[in-house]
Design a protein around this ligand. Sequence first.
Ligand code: 87F
Length: 584
Amino acid sequence: MDRETGEPSEIELTTLRISQGTISSSPPASSPLSLGEPVVDGSLPKSKKNASSREGAVPSPKAKNSSNLKKKESREGLEVRKSDDFSMWYNQLVQKAELIEFYDISGCYILRPASYRIWEAIQSYFDKEIKKLGVENAYFPIFVSASRLNQEKDHVAGFAPEVAWVTKSGDSPLEEPIAVRPTSETVMYPSFAKWIRSHRDLPLKINQWNNVVRWEFKHPTPFLRSREFLWQEGHTAFATKEEADCEVLQILELYRSVYEDLLAVPVIKGKKSDKEKFAGGLYTTTVEAFIPHNGRAIQAATSHCLGQNFANMFDITFEDENRFRKKVYQNSWGLTTRSIGVMIMVHSDDKGLVLPPKVAPIQVVVVPIRIRVNQEEINHLLDQECETYTLQLERRGIRVKLDCRNDKTPGWKFHHWELRGVCLRVEVGVKEMHSNELVIVRRDTGERTVVSKNDLCERITQLLDTMQEEMLLRARNIRDHCISVAYNWNDFMTAIDSKQMVLAPWCTETRCEEEVKRQSMEYSASRGYDSVEEQTNLTGAVKTLCLPFEEELNRWNISPLSAGSLCFACHSSAKAWTLWGRSY
Ligand code: 87F
C-alpha cells in the first residue's frame, strides 16, 4: 500500500526509478538572476478576520455530548499543511473535499460529482468556443486493431509500452488482440481519408470528448497522471499550411483562456523543443503551468501542427480547384482532466479546496448562526430569512446552498464548506436579523465584508468577479517570482534548486538538451535530491518546458537575444530564450 494514498503501490517501479538517479557531481556556487524574489508561501493563513470567530456559537446537543461525533468532526479537515508535505496534503485534499475516490486498480480514480462538475464547466466553455471555429463533435470507437495502430509505426513506437490490449473475451482468446485507444489518430484518420475528396470537403474539423488509456509506469497522481483519463481531442484537416498554422494558435489561445480565465491558473505559451514535441508532428505548441510549492512545471495542454506526416501515412488527399491531387495539412490538440489537478495545486490551502468562482459547483453558502437554547421561534425566523436570501441569489443564477442543518455547529459548517471550496459564505445571525447588514466571508483571503441586505445580490456578484480576477493575479505574481534568468550553468542549477523555472539563452540542439538533462540528474543526485524523489516520485532531471512566445518575453521585459549570445550550457551560439524546469 502507498503510505500516502492507501493505494496499491508499484514497488518494483519505484525501486527502478530511484536506482536510476544515484550518480554524483559537484554542486555549483553562484546565485540566479531572478525576475524577482522567490515567493513560495509556506504559511497557514494567519487572518485574524478569519472564518471561525463564530465557531461553536451553537453547540448542538449531539456535538456537545457525543465524543464519537467530536472525533469524526476533527477528522474531517486536512491533517497536513501544504508546505510540510505537499503530496500528502494533495492526496488528503482530493479525498476529503470529495473530489476523488480511490479505486483498486493503481492509477485509476473515481471522479466524484464535485470534480466532474468542474470538468463539465471546462467542457461547456471550451465546447462553445470550438463550435464558433466550426469544429463539430463526433464519437469514434474506443478499440483499435493492431494493424491500424501499427499503420503509423514511427510515432507509436516510443509509446508502445503504454498501450493496453484486450486479449480475451471470457475465457477464449481473441483472434487478434485489440488495443484500447491511447489517442485516436489511427482510429480517425482512415475515415478522414474516406470523407475528404475535394477541396470542398475542407477544412474538416472534428473533436471528440472521450476517455483514453495509457498504461503509465510513472507514479500515478489523481488528475495529473492516471491510466485512464478524460480529455478532448481535436483533429482537423486543411488545404493549406497557413490555415493549419493559424488554427494551432487559435486553439492554443483557447487553452490559455480555459486556464487563465476559467481556472485562474497562469500559463506560459510557447513552442516545444524538437526533443519534447509530438514525434508524429511538425511542431508542437504548448501552454505550461507551474506549481510553486514543489517548483514543478507541468504541461497544461498542447496544440500540434502535424504538417503532412499523417496525410502521407493514411493517404488523406483532396482534389484542388485546378483538379490537382494534394495532401492535406493536419492539426491535433488536446486538453485533459489534468487541468483540474493543476488548478487544485495552485490555489488550494491548508483549510482545503479553493476554487475560482467560474467553476465552483457551489459559489455561496448561507449559514444561519442560531441562538443557543430555547429560542426556537427566533431560530425559525432566522432560517426563513436565510431561505429568502438563498432564493434571491438563486434567481440571479448564483450557485447557492443553504445549510440549515441543526445537528451541526456554525463553526463545523464553516470548516466543512471551506474544505469543499465554496467561494463565499453569508453569515446570518440574530444581530444581522435586527440590522440591515450581512457578513460575507471570502474563501481565498478570509476577508470579511459587511454588506447592506438590499445590495446582497450585487455585492455577491461583485465579490465573485473580484475573487476570480484576484486569484489569477495572485497566482501569476507568485509564478512570475519563480522565474529566474541564467546565462551559465551554475546560476542555472542554483535557481533550479530553489524551485525556480529558468529562462536561458539556448542553442536549441537536442544533444545539448540531453546533456542538460543528464547533468542536472547527476547534480540532483549529488545534492541528495534522491530523498525528495523518493517522497514525491518525481525526477530531479531538468527539461526544456518551451521556447516562450515573444509576447511572453515582452511581458517579462526580456529583450531579444543579442547577436553574440552564447548557450548557457554548451557555449555555442544561442538561438532562443528557452524556459527550463523540473516538471511533472
Ligand atoms: C501513448 C501511447 C500511444 C501520446 C501515446 O497530444 C500513442 C501515444 O500518440 C501518442 N501518448 N501520444 C501523443 C498524442 C498526440 C496528440 N493526439 C491528439 C495530442 C492531442 C490530441
